[in-house]
Design a protein around this ligand. Sequence first.
Ligand SMILES: NC(=O)CC[C@H](N)C(=O)O
Length: 217
Amino acid sequence: MRFAVIVFPGSNCDADMYYAVQDQLQAEVTYVPHTATQLNDIDAVLIPGGFSYGDYLRTGAIARFAPIMPAIIDFANNGGLVLGVCNGFQILTEAGLLPGALHENKDLAFICKDVQLTVANPNTPFSNRFEKDEVITLPVAHGEGNYYCDAETLAQLEANHQIVFRYQDNPNGSVADIAGICNERGNVLGMMPHPERAVEAILGNTDGQRLLSSLLK
Ligand SMILES: NC(=O)CC[C@H](N)C(=O)O
């Protein structure tokens, strides 16, 4: 299985993601720059965290127009696996691959800490190594992680089991404690917490390793 880590100007979790896949999952991984227009021989796309284009206008709003985005949208529409973490989640909502938007945190402050999450849906390619309602721990690091969608969209997310991870103790004001959602088909997931920062015992936590290794199943 071959992973791509997409690199935008301002990405800052790309090397962590690459390391997590190469050294911890022992899978093949390659960087794909924002200027590329094709994804060649790729089985899963990882959009890492960071501050693409300096978070100007809105987080993800400029990255959404990067040359690589049409290829990612085609890949997703053909059922390819796409995981967006933090800024990656923000980019996926801006690109229309996931519903809703990420607003500023309710306290208007950057949050950087471990949070506990409930696995609301273990039946996705991103969560299949977890049990339903299992509580896992992952770090968050964001200023704009306050997930918002309207009531109708929320009802659809609930009905289709698209809410994959929920905060136990909501740190940012997200609607319905949402930490991560997938698309209706289940092949695109966006989440604010960072699995790539929790991939080995020396870091004190391997829950992120379990999450990323779900993709290998
Ligand atoms: N770690 C990140 O990806 C940061 C995300 C984002 N740019 C924010 O602060 O909201």
